[in-house]
Structure formats: structure tokens, C-alpha cells
Write a protein that binds this ligand. Structure first.
Ligand SMILES: Nc1ncnc2c1ncn2[C@@H]1O[C@H](COP(=O)(O)OP(=O)(O)OP(=O)(O)O)[C@@H](O)[C@H]1O
Ligand SMILES: [Mg+2]
Length: 370
């Protein structure tokens, strides 16, 4: 009896059953955690377009850390990040891992005096001394077990760069102290750039930038096959080819197409090419609603009209023709082009040509009423 539980997970923020690609990055970080303090890949800024798998990568990194017994601290969102860390997250962890700290807390002696500040943090943000001390204490406790702590922060584009900057100062202090710590943040490219500009402490600027790109067709094919077969069915060869073609290397679509193809008839042993093809209208609709509409909505009219001018073509668009269609000079065209490239909505292909980054943006734009 073929499996009936659908193994695909087309939801943002949910890790796939089978991870496609990303192995080099994960291996490098694994090594970095072994290498000890100072290894560059211990501080990561992951960027990529929506649905490219940033949260999934963060989850995997957390898993790598946990596997080696490290503590994972997800940084709380919002303006109270540091206060929350200081008054609730870290004290709770200390309570769990350090018996002395619990006693101190309950006798009301507070936490001052715990741990020792050996280096002064000289940065432009006020030092959160007590948070630093708490983290040092936690790090001391973990050092007994020869482990460390990994901080993660998702959706960086929504965080206040000042707040992240303040955290970075605390983190930098731990790094200078040669403690076993790691930091990984993920966000949309514009958000990460903004963070570096505004919240840019030395540490953030030195952090390793990792840019998540589309998966290769081989990675998509391999993961699709494995996801289906691990769940007790098979994906026919022509079905794999059709899936690869519809997915265009985009991780979210791998899950979405797989999910709906599987659903056509879960009692059948094989997922067929017809099952895969039947998902196409739905793919275009979901991509438009969940990915493209939110990306296009905040754009100024000029950039939106640039995209509409591109949507006329079936493949890469000539920048000269775009300018003509828009009725603007090349120079003006160049400004729009640069902004849209920054947002990773488009990318240059060959000289004088640009293409949309994510699949089905053209279809979405064409379906919009003017
Ligand atoms: N490497 C991968 N292999 C297979 N599926 C993946 C991979 N990366 C992401 N996915 C799938 O793609 C979808 C989107 O992933 P994720 O939520 O991590 O994207 P994101 O970049 O964090 O998006 P957002 O910008 O909305 O936060 C999920 O359904 C996830 O399971
Ligand atoms: Mg995400």
C-alpha cells in the first residue's frame, strides 16, 4: 500500500523532509564550529529572495549546533530584543543549566557579580553590561561541557538595525573573549544591506555574506525523487523532468508542485507526468498571490511600470526596448534597473539584457489589471 501521508511541505518557514542542495554551506559551518573561535563562518548573514529557503537554512544551522550539544538562542523579535534576552531568555537558560544561578536568583541577590568582564567593549552602542555578564556566565557553564551557543535571527529586514547593532556589540565582546559562540541571521537582500549600512558594527560588516540562489535542476530532481520514494511511492522519469521544468530551481515550488502532484491520487504507486502537469495553473496563482504580489506592492510606480514593460517579453528583455516601452531616457531606465536588481526582482543576463529572478513573475504581471 503506497504511503498516504503527503511528504511535501509547501509552507514558508517549514523545513522540507529532504533538503535540496545547500550542502556546501552547511558543511562549511559544521567545520567552522569545530575550528574554534575566530573561524569566519561562525558569523553569517544569509540573504535571498522570498521562498529561497533562508529560514530552512537557519533551521539546519541550528540543528548542526544542537547536534554538537550547543545551545541555540533565537533572538527575540522587536524593539525589546535585548531586554527580553536579559530579563527572560538568558536567565531561564541559566536556571536550566546552572544551579548556582538559580539560587542567586531566588535569594534576590541579582546577577551582578556573576562572571567577569575582562575586556571593555568600545563601540558606539551603550554596553548592556548585565546581558554581557549573563552570557559570559552561560558561556562558562557551557565551556565545562565543551560546547557553546549559537544565536540566530530570522527576518532581519523587519528588525530595527539599531537594536541588532546593540546585540552585535554584546556578541562582539564574546568573540573578542574567544568564547565558543556563533551567529547566523537571515533576511531579504535589501534588509541585510540596510542592516549593514545602519546597524553596521565592525562585527556585522565582517560577517560572512551568504547569498542563497536558485537550486540547480539536478538538486531539484534528486530531492523530488528522494522525497517521493522515502514516502513509499515513485516519481516517473518524465514526471521528474516535468517537475524540474515547472520548478525553475525555486525551493518553494519544489514543495508546492510535489505536494499537489502527490495529492492527485495518493493511492497510486506512481506519481505521473500528468499529475505534475496538472499543478501548473495552481503554481502560477500561488506564486502570484504569495510571492510576487507582496514583493511588487511596495514598489514605487516607476519600478512597477518597468516590470510591466519587461512582462511583454517571454524571456530576457532588452534594456533599450524597456526604455522605449516606458517612454523614458536610458539614464532613467538605468535607475529603475539598479533598484530592481538591488531588490533581486530582476537580474542582468547578458550585456543590455535583464530577466526576472523568480519564475512566474511575468505571468503574474500580465494577469494584473492596469
Ligand atoms: N533546500 C531546500 N530543499 C527543499 N525545499 C526547500 C529548501 N529550502 C526551502 N525549501 C522549501 O521552500 C519553502 C520556503 O522556504 P523558507 O520558508 O525557508 O524560505 P525563506 O527564504 O525563509 O522565505 P521568506 O523570505 O518568506 O522568509 C518551504 O516550503 C521549504 O520547505
Ligand atoms: Mg523565512
Amino acid at each position: 500500500m503506497p504511503g498516504t501521508t503527503n511528504p511535501f511541505r509547501p509552507s514558508f518557514g517549514v523545513s522540507p523532509r529532504v533538503l535540496a542542495g545547500r550542502t556546501d554551506l552547511l558543511q562549511d559551518v559544521d567545520v567552522a564550529l569545530d575550528e574554534g573561535p575566530g573561524s569566519p563562518l561562525r558569523s553569517l548573514l544569509v540573504s535571498g529572495a522570498r521562498g529561497m529557503g533562508k529560514t530552512v537554512v537557519l533551521n539546519e544551522l541550528e540543528e548542526i549546533a544542537r547536534t554538537r550539544g550547543w545551545l541555540v538562542l533565537r533572538l527575540p523579535e522587536g524593539p525589546d530584543m535585548l531586554t527580553e534576552l536579559e530579563t527572560s531568555t538568558v536567565p531561564a537558560l541559566l536556571a536550566e543549566h546552572d544551579a548556582t544561578a538559580v539560587r542567586r536568583r531566588f535569594t534576590g541577590a541579582g546577577v551582578s557579580g556573576v562572571g567577569s568582564v575582562t575586556t571593555e567593549v568600545e563601540d558606539r552602542y551603550p554596553v548592556h553590561r548585565s546581558l554581557t555578564r549573563l552570557l559570559e556566565r552561560l558561556s562558562d557553564v557551557l565551556a565545562v561541557h565543551e560546547t557553546g551557543m549559537m544565536f540566530t535571527l530570522d527576518e532581519v529586514q523587519d528588525a530595527d538595525p539599531q537594536v541588532v547593532g546593540r546585540f552585535a556589540t554584546v556578541y562582539q565582546h564574546l568573540v573578542r573573549d574567544e568564547r565558543e559562540v556563533a551567529f547566523a541571521a537571515a533576511g531579504l537582500p535589501v534588509g541585510v544591506d540596510q542592516l549593514l549600512r545602519q546597524g553596521g558594527t565592525t562585527f556585522l560588516r565582517r560577517a560572512e555574506r551568504v547569498h542563497l540562489d536558485l537550486l540547480t535542476d539536478e538538486e531539484v530532481a534528486e530531492a523530488a525523487r528522494a522525497t517521493v520514494s522515502d514516502a513509499g511511492r515513485t516519481l516517473a522519469d518524465d514526471a521528474v523532468a516535468a517537475l524540474v521544468e515547472i520548478v525553475h530551481g525555486y525551493p518553494y515550488l519544489l514543495q508546492l508542485v510535489g505536494y499537489h502532484a502527490w495529492r492527485v491520487d495518493p493511492s497510486r504507486e506512481e506519481v505521473t507526468v500528468r499529475d505534475v502537469h496538472s499543478t501548473r495553473p495552481l503554481v502560477v496563482e500561488r506564486m502570484g498571490r504569495l510571492v510576487h504580489a507582496p514583493a511588487v506592492a511596495p514598489l514605487p510606480e516607476g519600478q512597477r511600470s518597468y516590470l510591466r514593460a519587461m512582462a511583454v517579453d517571454d524571456g530576457p528583455s532588452s534594456t533599450r526596448e524597456i526604455a522605449e516601452r516606458m517612454g523614458v531616457p536610458m539614464q532613467q531606465q538605468n535607475v529603475y534597473r539598479a533598484r530592481l536588481i538591488d531588490r533581486e526582482l530582476i537580474r542582468p543576463t547578458s550585456h543590455g539584457f535583464v530577466d526576472v529572478t523568480l519564475p512566474y513573475l511575468r505571468e503574474h504581471l500580465r494577469a494584473q489589471p492596469r
